[in-house]
Design a binder for this molecule. Structure first.
Ligand SMILES: Nc1ncnc2c1ncn2[C@@H]1O[C@H](COP(=O)(O)OP(=O)(O)OP(=O)(O)O)[C@@H](O)[C@H]1O
Ligand SMILES: [Mg+2]
Length: 215
């Protein structure tokens, strides 16, 4: 579902060059939950953004299913993201002026569906957020924002779920709800790549990162 071949990402700035990803190769297959671990600044979020067709690598190839996202024109790449990828960002990126339910419904703006409201409501219930449906993100706890972001990522039934520390701010009970959601997603044939500092007991494989490489 996801394949990296010799991917390198460097950032050039006035302070010099930072190599965030250094010749990374790996795959994530349907049904797998792959956890990425490693110290702060080692390149985990850069890896996820590159996998999510949101950040073009400096060199190397990324493949999502049969597609090379970075060879597609921008609208083709957006369509691929909408159809295929669910993304939970480290900073959530919820829309501040939309309610929880409307944030979850956001993907339906691009991809219309008759049962959209029903599905959004089901996701709300599943993540214990039904009592917060009409609150805006600023009125939510961090853990509630995190669960809203996961509900939104799952809304379009993606094939690939990319999640940056999806349990990082959750108490054990809510952490367990998220972990079960990731497991269920994979059991139904989805592919998961997640960054975590927690013990990833839902992971089928763990990749340890250091200085932009797997060790
Ligand atoms: N847009 C950018 N411009 C310049 N340098 C960047 C940029 N994004 C990331 N970096 C650098 O790339 C390296 C990897 O950053 P990244 O955000 O991937 O780390 P991380 O492993 O996700 O860290 P954390 O656990 O703190 O979230 C860091 O040294 C960071 O400073
Ligand atoms: Mg990060």
């Amino acid at each position: 579902m996801l394949q990296f071949k010799n991917v390198t990402k460097t950032f050039n700035g006035p302070q010099g060059t930072v190599t965030a990803l250094n010749n990374i190769s790996f795959t994530v297959n349907p049904g797998e939950v792959v956890a990425v671990r490693g110290p702060s600044g080692c390149g985990k979020s850069t890896l996820l953004l590159t996998a999510g067709s949101l950040l073009r690598p400096t060199t190397g190839d990324v493949q999502i299913g049969e597609a090379d996202p970075y060879a597609l024109p921008q609208n083709g790449r957006s369509a691929l993201r909408t159809e295929t990828i669910g993304f939970v960002f480290q900073q959530f990126h919820l829309v501040p002026y939309l309610s929880v339910i409307d944030n979850i419904l956001l993907p339906s703006v691009v991809k219309k569906a008759e049962d959209a409201k029903e599905r959004a409501q089901q996701l709300l219930n599943r993540f214990g957020m039904e009592h917060r449906a009409h609150h805006v993100p600023a009125q939510l706890s961090i853990g509630e924002r995190q669960r809203t972001a996961l509900a939104r990522a799952l809304f379009n039934n993606p094939k690939l779920l990319l999640a940056d520390e999806p349990t990082g701010n959750l108490d054990p009970e809510n952490g367990e709800i998220v972990i079960q959601a990731l497991k269920t997603f994979a059991q139904k044939g989805g592919a998961v790549l997640l960054v975590t500092h927690d013990i990833a007991d839902c992971a089928t494989r763990t990749l340890q990162m250091k200085n932009g490489s797997f060790v």
